[in-house]
Write a protein that binds this ligand. Structure first.
Ligand SMILES: *Cc1c(COP(=O)(O)O)cnc(C)c1O
Length: 464
């Protein structure tokens, strides 16, 4: 006999939004979490914990938004998705569908990008340590190669010289901006000029297309400065008879995980040693509550002065130069959530609580970079429980002392119980799978591609 007095499962399940560092959510993702928590519990029981849900529609929105800014300023452009941000094949597929290129830095990323349907001419290869096999594949496919050093130039030349066809290597030269003289990436002025000289001597082997740089940090000003520095080399190349047609400013466009006011409030009021279980405040964080969106950043870059009275956008148009970008993280904004099932909570000394989850800090990995993911998880309670507020930090299932997902004490309005889910939003950019491994012989977390067409009509399929 069915028990007719029991409430249906969706009514016993509760979704608890955090208050302090509440994640910004894409509406389609938000609707799944709020209206269909039972589905999330079922997906985890079928696929294990942690489970990553990947959302290609979010990638598409991000790519289209950047393209529309570039179109609005009327500049010729090429966007290459920085593929190292995430291992999902469906996100490479989203890049292909959006008509953008992909920045690959291994022969494996190259193969995956081709499998996703990206035309080889739309691939660009970065990284300082490309192997011969990688160079050979790039030359064979006619992809763009960012040459990092004179030494790489020599190696690439040997590959081109040994080719059996007349294919040339298409190259950009990577510049090392003055703001980072000690960086191991790119070339300073002398080496860059030397490379340009070689290029004039080997026009049979190389097709020179322009310059590239990629900087750490997230400011548009440092990119504008490096861009201004590079324009002198554009002139030099032209005087030598070469025809540069592209300046590639790399990635580092910011993305926003939480509202800027909430983030500023957290840093001001709740980022003290007593807010962390280990009483240690990390020295630096990603700017989770960035004051600029990626599109605003790009507009400011294009409007920045190139020279008095001439913006960077004006310069690009006047010189007929294509602006290339290689956003990684900002293109995968909202493109994944990570679900961790709670194993148990445990009382510790000093009235503190730890929540153990099925999964490890390799699947939400900011603590491994001596920092913290400053976005609170959403709690899904599988059963109604008393609303007694509590604070806890969150640890993974390893016996390694460092396996901590967040040392930060998170506020909950109800105590998480075994079987509940903690949802980390916006984990696609370097969080969910950068460090994942089979430690303790736990299988690698599964990744599902999630799509939604009409209200409630969500579909999930394996993402290889
Ligand atoms: C990592 C990387 C990117 C992407 O950087 P994001 O900060 O994710 O936008 C782009 N270009 C190069 C050369 C990189 O190494």
């Amino acid at each position: 006999m069915p028990n007719t007095t029991a409430s249906p499962p969706e009514e016993r399940i509760e979704v608890h939004e955090p208050e302090r560092l509440k994640p910004l959510l894409d509406p389609i993702v938000e609707r799944l979490i709020h209206n269909f928590p039972q589905t999330l519990l079922e997906l985890v029981s079928q696929n294990g914990s942690p489970l990553n849900l990947v959302w290609p529609h979010a990638f598409h929105i991000n790519a289209t938004a950047l393209q529309s800014v570039l179109n609005q300023y009327g500049v010729r452009h090429a966007i290459f998705y920085g593929a190292k941000a995430n291992k999902s094949q469906s996100l490479l597929g989203a890049a292909a569908t959006a008509g953008i290129g992909i920045d690959v830095s291994s022969v494996h990323e190259l193969d995956a990008a081709l499998r996703a349907g990206t035309a080889p001419e739309r691939l660009c290869a970065t990284g300082p340590a490309k192997t011969t096999v990688f160079h050979q594949a790039l030359v064979r496919h006619g992809s763009l190669i960012c040459v990092d050093s004179l030494e790489e130039f020599d190696h690439l030349k040997a590959v081109v010289d040994s080719r059996s066809t007349a294919a040339k290597a298409r190259v950009l030269l990577r510049y090392r901006p003055q703001s980072c003289p000690a960086s191991r990436f790119g070339m300073g002025a002398n080496d860059l000029l030397q490379c340009l000289q070689y290029l004039t001597e080997h026009t049979d082997a190389f097709h020179f297309e322009g310059f590239h740089f990629h900087l750490g940090g997230y400011g548009f000003e440092s990119r504008a400065q490096a861009f201004r520095e590079l324009s002198g080399f554009v002139d030099a190349a032209r005087e030598m008879g070469l025809t540069p047609s592209m300046i590639d400013i790399g990635g580092g466009l910011p993305m926003r995980y939480v509202a800027p006011q909430a983030y500023a409030g957290f840093l001001e009021n709740n980022n003290k040693p007593s807010d962390y279980y280990n009483h240690s405040v990390p020295d630096s964080f990603y700017p989770y509550g960035s004051s600029l969106t990626a599109c605003q950043w790009l507009a400011l870059f294009l409007e920045a002065d190139h020279s008095p009275g001439l913006s960077i956008a004006d310069y690009l148009k006047a010189q007929n130069i294509t602006l290339a970008l290689e956003p990684g993280r900002s293109l995968v904004d909202q493109a994944a959530i990570s679900l961790f099932r709670v194993t148990r909570t445990k009382q510790l000394a000093n009235n503190k609580t730890v929540i153990f989850v099925e999964g490890s800090s390799f699947s939400a990995c900011e603590t491994w970079f001596a920092s913290e993911y400053l976005v609170d998880p959403i709690l899904i309670s599988a059963q109604v429980s008393d609303h007694i507020p509590m604070q806890a930090y969150i640890a993974g299932h390893s016996c390694l002392d460092d396996d901590v997902i967040t040392y930060r004490l998170i506020n909950f309005n109800t105590c998480p119980q075994a079987g509940d889910l903690l949802i980390y939003a916006n984990t696609a950019g370097y969080q969910m799978d950068l460090l994942e491994n089979e430690f303790h012989r736990h299988p690698l977390p599964r990744r599902l591609m999630a799509t939604c067409c009409t209200e409630g009509n969500y579909a999930f399929s394996p993402d290889y």
